[in-house]
Design a protein around this ligand. Sequence first.
Ligand code: TMP
Length: 216
Amino acid sequence: MAPGLFIAFEGPEGGGKSLQVGLLAERLRSDGADVVATREPGGTKVGDEIRAVLLGLGDYAILPETEVLLLAAARAQHVREVITPALERGALVVCDRFVDSTFAYQGGGSGLDMSPLRTIQAFATGGLEPDIRFLLDLPVQVGLQRRHAEPASVNRIDLADNSFHQRVRDAYLNLVTAAPRQWVVIDADAAPDTVHETIWRELRRVRANPRYVVTE
Ligand code: TMP
């Protein structure tokens, strides 16, 4: 097993994941840690190209099956080019979204069957899983309002209807129920500093526990 630590941030829209990834990475670095902060889809040059196709507001439709395959392609590159080498040198990798986003959005939101999704994820990642998953959870209406308050950052998937986003949130909560020891659920409907302090405290607590690397 790689010596580093792989932390994934997950959640529905508007939970402030990107901000929290940045704050956590900065604090860990000022503590002297070797940190790689990255995101999905993206994190590599080809991944960023795929992100532009997936999330751009171009004049084309993308089927959920196509989304899964594009996301998996970006993920395969990301794991091998960025995440695994960083973990092998002992770095902390903080990733804004990973496989659970596919289970929540394309599985929960779009209703695709989970079984092929799992198979495709295993192929894309080579079996790599996060050591810790933070779910930044908040009510869908609150998250979408925050998101639409910054129109420049609205992407193609944000524009799906509210029931889609509700299914995404429900799917995340179901993933937590199915494997509670893999997750730390954070109330993201709070001020960013409060959310950051909670994440910091929880990360210290989890790392102090010799069983923090959970495989269920
Ligand atoms: P974000 O960077 O604002 O979180 O935007 C990424 C978008 O991509 C978000 O709407 C969720 C979506 N997404 C999926 O639908 N499935 C995935 O597997 C990933 C990584 C992202």
